[in-house]
Design a protein around this ligand. Structure first.
Ligand SMILES: [Fe+2]
Length: 40
């Protein structure tokens, strides 16, 4: 079940990325996306 949740994280946060105006937060989210893509 977890890999599917991780793929959902990746899809959802990729969609949210353009809405994030804070540079530091956007970098954190990019890192999270990369981490979860790797896990999945
Ligand atoms: Fe994960």
């Amino acid at each position: 079940m977890l890999p599917e949740l991780e793929r959902w994280f990746v899809r959802t946060f990729e969609q949210a990325l353009p809405l994030i105006t804070d540079d530091r937060l956007r970098e954190d989210v990019r890192g999270f996306i990369g981490q979860e893509a790797k896990h999945a």
